[in-house]
Write a protein that binds this ligand. Structure first.
Ligand code: NAI
Length: 703
């Protein structure tokens, strides 16, 4: 049982004890109802306190039970709350640290609530595409007022208890404890006080009986719907939060509860909620590496060195400065250092101007940044991250130098995006200390960090780098060594498909529109213009020497031969006006594509948006299945995280693998078989990866 029962004098204390946040799993719920039964049966007990042991009152549903029948088994949370309401002795919630979701709903069912300052209070269900399902939408407006409650329910964001306690007329807390430390004693005293107050047999207050109205009524909810609807495109849950809170103002309590329940159950089945719940679990799973135990000892990281103060070096440095970790940047020339520092300054200054960063914080961060031209100055750094030119010869020189100067045990990381991390490791006499840290551009903004595990990378190095990733607020995903690692290896296939689509009859704008309608932040051609088409061009040129015969449409090369590298040259797949980023369809490009088609003897055909999206997305899926099979990624959900956080895959579709699972792998394979018959496409590529073929045949899924 994960709730403890103790009697102190004439007060029974039921303490939820299900680390880390006292999730309301089955055994915690049984512990609560058993405790209530015991306390009600014991004549010596006059009042009851419900609290949480350790680091939370309760964080709500137990994520370990997510989606399992146990989550709904009786006593479910609604039954527990009913048992609390019906207790013949007053029940007091003693809240502290975290009271979220079901935890807050439980407290709202209690007759009284005492809370410590510093408690994070929230109904975060909307973040999983749901609404609160155990009375949260009906009770919170009754104690905090409709507007505050709706704001909290729609945003899902936590608010500190001391802020809520200041709201005029709030009835969420009957009493604030002086501190978290004094909460237990104050809760006992308050419980005794309430027992005395009700010794005359008077009824206990119930939130369900409190009135709930908004003075503007319909007008307010119309306004709320306009606001919320505009901000929650593609996600049904936020507007449903408005419906449920409105019901609290219009329906009898029990009818409102039934209304909330219906919405909750319906949302559970939506693809958006499934996607969000998948991402919630995937994000937590990403930090777990199958053969690296969670308690692996880590190396201490107190200082960082960065080699190269260019685009990536600067952004990477900012991550550490933001986290309060000192950074020393090394370059070959003072001018390069000056340029790098100026860019970092400009970045921070624009944040200060926008009010996103306080001046003193900016000063503190810049004070943590030092520079040098001399490798000897780096020797004491705990980790060094190399971000120099993408050329093996340059990397070799840098890593040989680092091997000479760095202290033993220092982690040597490379930000390379295409080079072989094993080869880089072998430039040193300590390959076990070498790892890839593949940041995405802009490195101070993008969430994704691919942690590239070389064949000799030590487990404690991996564990340490994953922990650093967390510290600098990245989503870190481990990738094995291969060309492009996880993300870029997949996007190469996607780009090839985009090229074939042009050849067969699409315009860049048509492809982008279809993919953006599907939900991608940006279609492949707009993305190419933003990132620079010359990058892929350089890689293809190198590839064609190394891997001759890789089939792709030459249109991207022809574009680069015209000097159209993208936004930076004012022209790419689209035209751009000076100083603007709007992509304007280009007659020049369309003509180039048509001429190329004619030269190949291809007659353009009309291609549906559906085909465009399927070919692009399934190309990701098939390559990802190979990546899983090759052991480059250890689980399908890691691949989803890469695409969601690094490549703008629509959140509400849950990532390419989750999306394929939802479509059904059988259907995905059927479509691939159709694509393989297209003589202008790459039939060999469309052979389903063996893993995909097997799962489809067995009716299974990736995740
Ligand atoms: P960049 O050209 O902006 O910066 C490279 C910097 O390294 C320059 O300031 C240069 O002076 C300096 N440098 C070159 N050789 C050096 C040496 N021997 N010692 C010290 N400094 C030296 O290049 P960028 O874009 O920052 O790329 C750096 C690395 O990051 C490359 O490996 C690249 O593949 C990788 N990368 C780049 C991404 C991007 O979007 N730009 C994304 C992810 C990885």
């Amino acid at each position: 049982m994960t709730a403890e029962y103790q009697v102190h004098g004439d007060v029974a204390v039921i303490s939820m004890n299900n680390p880390p946040v006292n999730g309301l799993g089955f055994s915690t719920r049984v512990g609560l109802t058993d405790g209530l039964t015991k306390a009600n049966a014991d004549a010596a007990v006059k009042s009851i306190v419900i609290t949480g042991a350790g680091k939370a009152f309760s964080g709500g549903a137990d994520i370990k039970e997510f989606g399992s029948p146990k989550a709904l088994a009786e006593p479910n949370l609604l039954s527990v709350i009913l048992a609390v309401e019906n207790s013949t002795k007053p029940v007091i919630a003693a809240m502290h640290t975290v009271a979220m979701g079901g935890g807050l709903e439980l407290a709202l069912g209690c007759h009284y609530r005492i809370c410590a300052p510093g408690c994070s209070v929230a109904l975060p269900e909307v973040k999983l595409g749901l609404i609160p399902g155990a009375g949260g939408t009906q009770r919170l407006p009754r104690v905090l007022g409709v507007e505050t409650a709706l704001n909290m329910i729609v945003s899902g964001e936590p608010v500190k208890s001391e802020m809520l306690a200041m709201l005029p007329g709030q009835k969420l807390f009957d009493k604030m404890a002086a501190s978290a430390e004094s909460l237990a004693a104050e809760a006992l005293a308050f419980a005794q006080e309430m027992a005395t107050k009700h010794a005359d047999g008077s009824a206990f207050p119930l939130v369900r009986s409190m009135p709930c109205k908004h003075p503007l009524g319909d007008a307010y909810f119309q306004f709320a719907r306009n606001m919320v609807g505009g901000m929650s495109k593609n996600f049904p849950a936020p507007l449903k939060c408005v419906d449920a809170v409105e019901a609290a103002t219009k329906k009898k309590f029990d009818d409102g509860m039934a209304f909330e329940r219906d919405i909750f159950v319906n949302l559970m089945w939506t693809s958006e909620s499934r996607a969000l719940r998948h991402i919630f679990a995937a994000e937590r799973a990403a930090s777990k590496i199958p053969d690296v135990p969670e308690d692996t000892a880590q190396r201490a990281i107190k200082s960082v060195a960065v080699i190269g103060a260019g685009t990536m070096g600067g952004g990477i440095s900012m991550n550490f400065l933001n986290a309060g970790i000192p950074v020393k940047m090394l370059e070959m020339k003072q001018e390069a250092l000056d340029r790098g520092i100026a860019t970092i300054r400009k970045n921070y200054e624009s944040q200060v101007k926008k009010g996103k960063l306080k001046q003193d914080k900016y000063d503190q961060r810049m004070a943590l940044l030092t520079t040098t031209l001399d490798y000897a100055d780096l020797k004491d750094a705990d980790i060094v991250i190399e971000a120099v030119f993408e050329e093996m010869g340059v990397k070799e020189a840098v890593f040989k130098k680092l091997d000479e100067v760095m202290k033993p045990g220092a982690i040597l990381a490379s930000n390379t995006s295409t080079l072989d991390v094993n080869a880089i490791a072998n430039f040193t006499k300590r390959p076990q200390d070498v790892v890839g840290t593949h940041f995405f551009s802009p490195a101070n903004v993008m969430k994704l960090l691919e942690v590239v595990r070389g064949e000799k990378t030590a487990k404690d190095v991996l564990a340490t780098v994953m922990a650093i990733g967390k510290k600098i607020k990245k989503t870190s995903v481990v990738s094995g060594v291969c060309d492009g690692f996880i993300g870029n290896r997949m996007i190469e296939q996607y780009s090839r498909q985009a090229g074939f689509l042009l050849e067969e009859g699409c315009t860049p704008a048509q492809v982008d529109r279809a993919v953006e309608k599907f939900g991608f932040a940006m279609g492949p051609f707009r993305m190419g213009d933003l990132a620079g088409n010359d990058i892929g061009w350089a890689i293809r040129k190198r590839r064609n020497i190394e891997k001759p015969g890789m089939k792709y449409s030459k249109t991207a090369d022809l574009l680069c031969e015209m000097g159209r590298f993208g936004q930076k040259t004012g022209a790419g797949w689209y035209d751009y006006q000076v100083g603007k980023r709007d992509a304007i369809p280009s007659d020049v490009v369309n003509k180039m594509v048509e001429d190329h088609r004619a030269a190949q003897g291809i007659k353009a055909r009309k291609i549906s948006d559906e085909e465009i999206v399927q070919r692009l997305v399934y190309s990701l899926v098939n390559e990802a299945a190979h990546i899983l099979e090759d052991g480059i990624a250890s689980k399908a959900s890691d691949i989803d995280m890469v695409y969601l956080t690094g490549y703008g895959f629509p959140i509400y579709r849950g990532g390419p693998m989750h999306y394929a699972d939802q479509v059904g792998l059988f259907n995905v394979v059927q479509a691939m078989n159709r694509f393989a018959k297209n003589p202008l496409d790459d039939a060999a590529f469309w052979q389903p990866a063996p893993l995909l073929a097997r799962l489809a045949a067995e009716g299974k899924t990736f995740n």
